[in-house]
Design a protein around this ligand. Structure first.
Ligand SMILES: *[C@@H]1O[C@H](CO)[C@@H](O)[C@H](O)[C@H]1NC(C)=O
Ligand SMILES: *[C@@H]1O[C@H](CO)[C@@H](O)[C@H](O)[C@H]1NC(C)=O
Ligand SMILES: *[C@@H]1O[C@H](CO)[C@@H](O)[C@H](O)[C@H]1NC(C)=O
Ligand SMILES: *[C@@H]1O[C@H](CO)[C@@H](O)[C@H](O)[C@H]1NC(C)=O
Ligand SMILES: *[C@@H]1O[C@H](CO)[C@@H](O)[C@H](O)[C@H]1NC(C)=O
Length: 193
């Protein structure tokens, strides 16, 4: 009996290592399906237009008409299924000028940050200077490990974030907030690229 079990375990381990696991990793890509999104801005000082699309991703145009001395970025990522209690995956509030360091220090986030900066002319500096900043078709690479981490059948995620202005005595004034609900689906690579 013992022998049989250990043989079975060895065979499964061998299959995982040599065949299935490798094939699975090579062939699975993860795609984000957005089911509900909204956003706000603080016109006329801080004008934002965001577009959300399953096909082309997220786009935004931000016009800053007044310099923002101390911008703070907040993001909350929550995962939940129908009945279960929701699970907080990420919850952070960071000064915009510190954000690069945070992203650079979390290996999973770095590719996402690099791709945002590559696909836009947004800056992560303080103060935020007047001007128009644009981002087109921001999508997360289907092979980004962050998506495989978020992937859970029958679960959906919520991203609640925004850019705030830090006022005296720690008060925060929203400049722009966004909300996205969606799910991550697994498909073979290339099917939806
Ligand atoms: C966006 O949707 C969320 C969740 O339904 C809601 O709590 C929030 O008030 C909405 N914001 C706007 C500006 O509609
Ligand atoms: C945002 O941009 C879209 C597409 O360019 C446009 O149709 C829409 O009216 C704009 N919305 C706002 C609130 O500016
Ligand atoms: C994405 O696709 C889902 C389901 O196919 C649909 O319900 C949703 O409205 C789409 N979202 C966007 C932003 O196009
Ligand atoms: C996220 O963090 C903020 C500030 O640290 C806290 O007030 C809030 O309750 C947290 N939210 C969740 C859902 O964990
Ligand atoms: C960013 O790009 C947009 C659109 O291409 C352009 O109109 C804007 O002037 C650029 N802004 C800066 C600060 O370079």
């Amino acid at each position: 009996m013992r022998f049989a079990w250990s043989t079975l375990v060895s065979i499964i381990a061998w299959m995982l290592l040599t065949g299935r696991l490798v094939i699975e990793c090579k062939e699975s890509c993860f795609y984000v399906i957005l089911t509900y999104c909204n956003w706000t801005d603080d016109r006329p000082r801080f004008v934002v237009n965001m577009t959300f699309s399953n096909q082309t991703g997220i786009g935004s145009i931000t016009t800053i008409n007044e310099e923002i001395a101390s911008p703070v970025s907040r993001i909350l990522i929550v995962q939940r299924s129908g009945k279960e209690k929701s699970r907080t995956i990420y919850n952070a509030s960071t000064r915009l000028c510190d954000l690069q360091n945070v992203f650079n220090s979390v290996p999973l986030f770095k590719p996402a940050k690099d791709s945002v900066l590559k696909q836009s002319n947004y800056t992560m500096s303080c103060p935020l200077t007047k001007g128009t900043y644009a981002m087109n078709n921001m999508r997360i690479n289907p092979k980004n490990p962050l998506l495989s981490l978020l992937y859970q059948p029958k679960h959906y995620f919520m991203v609640k974030g925004g850019l705030y202005e830090e006022l005296p005595r720690g008060r925060m004034r929203p400049l722009s907030t966004y909300f996205m609900r969606g799910k991550v689906i697994k498909r073979s690579c290339g099917a939806n690229e």
